[in-house]
Design a protein around this ligand. Structure first.
Ligand SMILES: NC(=O)c1ccc[n+]([C@@H]2O[C@H](COP(=O)([O-])OP(=O)(O)OC[C@H]3O[C@@H](n4cnc5c(N)ncnc54)[C@H](OP(=O)(O)O)[C@@H]3O)[C@@H](O)[C@H]2O)c1
Length: 246
């Protein structure tokens, strides 16, 4: 028996899982069309690979494509994403926002353009994009997952605008989740700790402090995709414990 309308509304476009009981659900990714924004990055590459192993049809989006060319700082990027997914695959079931930039240094030493750029790429751009893709995700009872980060939970000295931009996006995701729950769209805030993608070696400004070894991107990606399948609302930093030992 399929889920009731109430269960579907609560759980997004999920099928009920017999193992998890009547109030929980599971999403099958088999054949789902998912766009990964930031597909060229360490996280984006690993998440795309993990999605594919679970049967999803993945389209990569970013400044260099490969499937959909967009710049997340452009307010029309979300329209390009929807056009690309519908044009290439005829549907859109999920979006993973894995694009982002970082910078290091005391706030008082940080260039004003860097602060603007961090907010544009990490918070304002994703919000523009989410706003544009939601109607299409509502039609497919799809999902939206975005990588914010541990800094959204606990701001880090010498990473103040980065932390604040991620906290802004995390807050936006929590609010949007409430707005679209009745439409059956799942919204997932993913807050991984430091992960070995090389992001820290590509700052807009400053240089990274000595960091302990980060998590394995493939293990983080596994946890992210498990959260999508299981219908989790968020994956807090503490939930990545297993990825640490991977
Ligand atoms: N690595 C970590 O420790 C860690 C921890 C928590 C959260 N995160 C978050 O996870 C996300 C992915 O990070 P990562 O570690 O995978 O870093 P990464 O390897 O440097 O990848 C960053 C991605 O963002 C894309 N990007 C940057 N600016 C863009 C723009 N204006 N428009 C479209 N795409 C843009 C890059 O594409 P281009 O090829 O166009 O540059 C690249 O695909 C970021 O939001 C980051 O803050 C990372």
């Amino acid at each position: 028996m399929g889920p009731s309308a109430g269960e579907q509304a609560r759980c997004g476009g999920f099928r009920r899982s017999p193992e998890r009981g009547p109030s929980c659900s599971v999403r099958s990714l088999e054949g789902a069309v998912v766009v990964v924004v930031g597909a060229s990055g360490g996280m984006g590459t690993a998440i795309a690979a993990e999605l594919r192993t679970r049967g999803a049809v993945v389209l990569g989006a970013g400044r260099s494509g490969p499937d959909i060319v967009l710049d997340i700082r452009d307010s029309r990027a979300g329209d390009a994403l929807v056009r690309g997914a519908l044009g290439l695959q005829g549907r859109l079931d999920g979006v993973v926002v894995a694009a982002g930039v970082v910078a290091f240094g005391q706030l008082s030493d940080t260039d004003e353009v860097t602060i603007e750029e961090l907010f544009l790429t990490n918070a304002v751009g994703p919000m523009w994009l989410i706003r544009s893709v939601l109607p299409t995700l509502a039609a497919s009872r799809g999902f939206l997952a975005a990588l914010t980060g541990v800094v959204a939970e606990l701001p880090v000295a010498k990473m103040v605008p980065y932390s604040a931009s991620k906290a802004a996006l995390s807050h936006a995701l929590a609010g949007v989740r409430r707005e679209v729950r009745r439409d059956g769209v799942a919204v997932i805030d993913v807050r991984p700790p430091h992960t070995e993608t090389g992001l820290a070696t590509r700052p807009l400004e400053g240089s990274a402090p000595a960091l302990p070894r980060g998590l394995d991107p493939a293990a983080v990606a596994r946890r992210v995709v498990e959260a999508i399948e299981a219908g989790e609302d968020e994956v807090p930093a503490a939930a990545f414990g297993a990825a640490r030992s991977a």
